[in-house]
Design a protein around this ligand. Structure first.
Ligand code: PRP
Length: 179
């Protein structure tokens, strides 16, 4: 385990299991269609790559960079689109892939934006759900793991852009982000 972590919440093996289940759920929901899977960068990148590889359904991929935290731990309330999609979402079944739903601001922003651009449907799959931090009443259609108000990093999730490449998810020691 990385020295800055106090414990591991999801091991690589546990992540792989959860990814498999989420992919099976998507396969059932989107059987016979070709949805457009969108990775909300940067946090969802690891989950996204594993998830689409575990799916049987033919799926197209696109990417959007959205940022609301910067180096702060509080959501700015207005997520910024740093890089937009390459593809049109008009009449497409969209699968939005998130690493975490926290305040819910990013999810609402993405839903309003993509439905406003004429997406046919909007489905959210999140690796983590932190319901205790919600500021707007939204929920992912499928979330793999519910977590309390802990500062988690790894497998895409960062603190000040660090720890994203850890292959597991752990709780960051308080002394790291409070110093
Ligand atoms: C994080 C995370 C989600 C979002 C969730 O992204 O990846 O996209 O915040 O929080 P919310 O529900 O409060 O909106 P961040 O803005 O930190 O950018 P990152 O993905 O590059 O880490």
């Amino acid at each position: 385990m990385h020295k800055d972590l106090e414990s591991v919440v999801l091991t690589e093996a546990e992540i792989a299991q959860k990814v498999k289940r989420a992919a099976a759920w998507l396969d059932e929901k989107f059987a016979g269609t070709t949805p457009l899977a969108i990775s909300v960068l940067k946090g969802s990148v690891m989950f996204f790559c594993d998830l689409v590889r575990a799916m049987q359904t033919p799926v197209q991929l696109d990417f959007m960079t959205v940022s609301s935290y910067g180096s702060s731990s509080e959501s700015s309330g207005m997520p910024k689109i740093v890089m937009d999609l390459a593809a049109s979402v008009k009449d497409r079944d969209v699968i939005l892939v998130e690493d975490i739903v926290d305040s819910g601001n990013t999810l609402v922003r993405m839903r309003d934006l993509l439905m406003g651009r004429g997406a046919k449907s909007f489905t959210v799959v999140a690796l983590f759900d932190k319901p205790s931090r919600r500021k707007v009443p939204v929920k992912a259609d499928y979330s793999c793991f519910e977590i309390g108000d802990e500062f988690i990093v790894g497998y895409g999730l960062d603190y000040a852009q660090q720890y994203r490449n850890l292959p597991y998810v752990g709780i960051l020691k308080r002394e790291i982000y409070e110093k």
